[in-house]
Design a protein around this ligand. Structure first.
Ligand SMILES: [Zn+2]
Length: 270
């Protein structure tokens, strides 16, 4: 699997937990393991407008917003991260760029997310796609964008109660599996199997994975108890789906992001 990364995404830091160490940890660890890297091209405005309103694009462009966890940054960073997801979709790769995206909806941002990178990448392919969101947070932005769509199936396993407080029930094409704090690997993998069954029934042309490593037992935000080897098992389960796939990094707030990403890739590639 090729890794999509540009060190430009390490340039900005806003002093909160979503810092450059996350992508840097992934880069260092994956480089060491000999994986091949490619540099992304930034997304164009027209790509962003596939899933976001023009007003939203311009608010990000001109910094006309205030959100406590999602401070104003140069638009080049979310554009590059969205472009990295697009590139990952094209080559069946794994984007480790930041900022993350799954909390950004058609007309809103939040939770460190500005543009919804995975949604933009999925919309740009125009393919029938299942989006498996295995970050510890519900991808309220992704659900907002695709709720009711015939071409996209959205599935999320997330902690509840937890930010942003959505995803408590399944609606239309969006399947939500809220699980309590303290959830361990065996329970987690059972719900992952349910997701895999639903994806198989949907028969997608592509699988997009919003991967968050904030389900790790030592994460500073999440309260699940997954271990390093759990990610290999998650990768193995996903690899059973016989469809082209790509991955985009969402959360994960420990120094171990790189190690966990490598375990996941090892599982996917067998
Ligand atoms: Zn998260």
């Amino acid at each position: 699997m090729k890794i999509v990364f540009d060190s430009t995404c390490l340039e900005y830091s806003k002093g909160h937990v979503e810092g450059p160490y996350r992508s840097e940890s992934a880069f260092e660890q994956l480089k060491e393991s000999g994986l091949h890297f490619i540099k992304p091209k930034p997304a164009a405005e027209k790509d962003v407008l596939l899933v976001h309103t023009k007003d939203h694009f311009e608010r990000v462009k001109f910094g006309k917003y205030w959100e406590e966890e999602t401070p104003v940054i140069d638009i080049k960073y979310p554009l590059l991260s969205a472009g990295a997801a697009i590139n990952a979709a094209e080559i069946g790769g794994f984007s480790i760029c930041r900022p993350p995206g799954h909390h950004a909806g058609r007309h809103f941002l939040g939770g460190f997310c500005y543009f919804n990178s995975i949604a933009i990448a999925v919309a740009k392919t125009g393919k029938k796609t299942a989006i498996l969101d295995i970050d510890i947070h519900h991808g309220n932005g992704t659900q907002d964008i695709f709720l009711g769509s015939k071409d996209v199936l959205y599935l999320s396993i997330h902690e509840s109660p937890q930010y942003p407080g959505t995803g408590l029930v399944s609606e239309k094409n969006c399947f939500n599996f809220p699980l309590p704090s303290g959830t361990k690997e065996d329970t987690y993998l059972k719900y992952l199997q349910k997701c895999i069954q639903e994806i198989s029934k949907f028969k997608p042309e592509m699988l997009a994975v919003s991967i968050g490593f904030d389900t790790y037992c030592q994460d500073s935000i999440g309260n699940f108890l997954l271990k390093e080897e759990s990610y290999k098992k998650i990768g193995e389960a996903i690899s059973k789906l016989n469809t082209p796939k790509f991955f985009a990094l969402e959360g994960g707030y420990s120094e171990e992001v790189g190690k966990l990403a490598l375990a996941l890739i090892t599982g996917v590639e067998g």
